[in-house]
Design a binder for this molecule. Structure first.
Ligand code: G4P
Length: 552
């Protein structure tokens, strides 16, 4: 029986790829997601991503709700099959702000696709998300987008990856020109050229067939002349392409799968998502190179240090909570990532933090507004559990293995802070409930002032727009009107170490000492300078950007 289930698990695990796309707003994440779904034949799901063109009518309700709530009612995961693989594309929130939710999603991914706008290079949000991937040590694949627009020199872009992010790169494809001189990309492995045709039908979502040839094909130089038939331009593009290629062969990093898996080397692809160009090639190489669901660390180390996904017993952890997904039901959904074993509806598992058995009776997956009951799932998959009684928290472990607990999902250091002022003091209870639930979702973090109990908390957020989302959701979901007063702090650090004197930091003009929800001390600093001063003068203390794990 065990061998049978192990064989089944092995088969299912091997064909799964679970990843997230990280990017700065406007780099083209929604567009790329739509194209990827298209290859999976899941275009009917595209409404879950964004209403586009003719699809707009069918998805307008969805858009309206999303707009009104001011947040993305996230589908959390888009699952599709492609070439025998099951792809779980973890959806990070769609709106332009940055939230903790985005960070947490990366905790459930086995790989990340870093999407970069070729005209802009590495941008701030990409950098922040990259840091989280690096902390987790997951492999990162890079797609440089919008090559149909004038872009920066490709070698410059690679230098950006190294200088700003500190990661070496290995181009798998290489572009020939950009903007209106964009002729296509060269596949360094197959040594084929894919010619670019700006094709209106591609933007509508049809698969684009590319014409292939080789660099030494006499037709190659000729074809670089483009629609203007400019021989001079063709020669220029050809010479530049050849010299760049030579430079890459001589001085570039060789492809090394182990370094990719360790997150030290990123394979780079070029293309144009809007034109569906370079996407198919990218997807094919990605599924071949990206890792299958990886073993996860058991923090109690009761079983093994790591739990292999093909372990027959089910384990999973909660990486995201979303309250009031359906405002008419006031429900709460906990999203879990399956780490090992097979998930079956109605199975009984141990809730590790509460040391209590629970039945997983209401597993669902979401396609836009639609809910589908999930009967079974495998390692790497993500499912939503309807959790009306609020028994699940982010980081919780659900397990059929006795004594196992995963190391949880850290809280990330906010960069924006505010106080919250209630306009109708009679509604204090609702406010408290709203703050509690919305902070569990990661909309904001809540810090208590020492000696104040739950009164007048300080709110922290990784993106400033989160305060507006909070205000909006308190009004619409909890009927509480509040005013948000921004506070002049720029950094928060969890502090670990002997002899922390909270009063000292409280007395200083440029810092505060608060408590997080687990009563761990958190210092707020007004400026980079104040933070630096503290770290240099208190070498006995550790200043952490993620919350240390709570002792249980
Ligand atoms: P995001 O989710 O990362 O924020 O980006 P999104 O896909 O919404 O893309 C942002 C803008 O960039 C969109 O234009 C989109 O069409 C465009 N874009 C994406 N990929 C490419 C590409 O390969 N080439 C070019 N030229 N543009 C690209 P928009 O004007 O904001 O929206 P829309 O009117 O096109 O829908």
């Amino acid at each position: 029986m065990d061998t049978q289930i192990t064989n089944l698990l092995e088969k299912q695990v091997k064909r799964r790829r679970t990843f997230a796309i990280i990017s700065h707003p406007d780099a083209g994440k929604t567009t790329l997601t739509e194209k990827l779904l298209l290859y999976g034949g899941a275009i009917h799901l595209a409404g879950a991503v964004r209403a586009k063109g003719t699809q707009r009518n069918t998805t307008s309700d969805w858009m309206e709700i999303e707009k009104q709530r001011g947040i993305s009612i996230s589908t959390s995961v888009l699952q599709f099959e492609y070439n025998g693989y099951v792809i779980n594309l973890l959806d990070t929130p769609g709106h332009k702000d940055f939230s903790e939710d985005t960070y947490r999603t990366l905790m459930a991914a086995d790989a990340a696709v870093m999407l970069i706008d070729g005209a802009k290079g590495v941008e701030p949000q990409t950098r922040k998300l990259f840091e989280v991937c690096r902390m987790r040590g997951i492999p990162i694949f890079t797609f440089i987008n919008k090559m149909d627009r004038p872009s920066r020199e490709p070698l410059d872009l690679l230098e950006d990856l190294e200088k700003v992010l500190g990661i070496r790169s290995c181009p798998m494809t290489w572009p020939i020109g950009s903007g209106d001189r964009f002729r296509g990309v060269y596949d360094r492995q197959s040594k084929e050229i894919m010619f670019f045709h700006a094709d209106a039908s591609a933007a509508k979502g049809k698969k684009l067939e590319a014409k292939m040839t080789g660099v030494d094909d006499p037709e190659f130089l000729k074809s670089l002349a483009g629609t203007r038939n400019d021989e001079y331009e063709a020669k220029e593009l050809y010479d530049q392409f050849k010299s760049e290629l030579e430079l890459l062969e001589m001085a570039g990093d060789d492809f090394d799968w182990d370094r990719v898996l360790r997150g030290e080397l990123t394979p780079v692809f070029f293309g144009s998502a809007a034109n569906n160009f370079g996407v198919e090639r990218f997807l094919n190489r990605f599924i071949e190179l990206a890792p299958m669901p990886a073993p996860r660390l058991d923090s109690h180390k009761t079983v093994n240090a790591e739990v292999d996904p093909i372990t027959p017993k089910f384990t999973a952890f909660v990486f995201k909570i979303q309250a009031n997904m359906d405002p008419s039901h006031r429900d709460r959904v906990a999203f879990i990532r399956v780490c090992s074993g097979k998930f079956e509806r109605n199975m009984m598992v141990k809730h590790a933090r509460l040391d209590k058995d629970i039945k997983l009776a209401m597993p669902v997956s979401f396609f836009g507004q639609e809910r589908v009951v999930v009967e079974e799932a495998w390692p790497g998959d993500v499912i939503g559990l309807v959790d009306t009684s609020s028994t699940l928290r982010i980081g919780d472990t659900l397990t059929a293995i006795k004594g196992l607990e995963y190391s949880g999902v850290p809280s990330f250091s906010p960069e924006h802070f505010a106080g919250v002022i209630i306009l109708d003091p009679m509604k204090r209870k609702q406010l408290q409930k709203g703050l509690e639930q919305l902070s569990e979702e990661g909309v904001v973090q809540i810090y208590r002032q020492r000696g104040f109990g739950d009164k007048d908390p300080v709110l922290g957020a990784v993106g400033a727009l989160q305060f507006e989302v909070l205000q909006h959701r308190l009004r619409t979901e909890y009927a509480v009107e509040v005013r948000i007063e921004k506070l002049p702090y720029a950094h928060a650090r969890w502090v670990v170490g002997e002899n922390l004197d909270p009063d000292f930091f409280e007395r200083r003009e440029d810092s505060r000492c608060l408590l997080d929800r687990d009563d761990l001390p958190v210092l707020l600093f007004r400026s980079d300078w104040a933070l630096r001063w503290a770290t240099e003068n208190y070498k006995n203390l550790q200043f952490l950007t993620t919350a240390p794990r709570k002792k249980t």
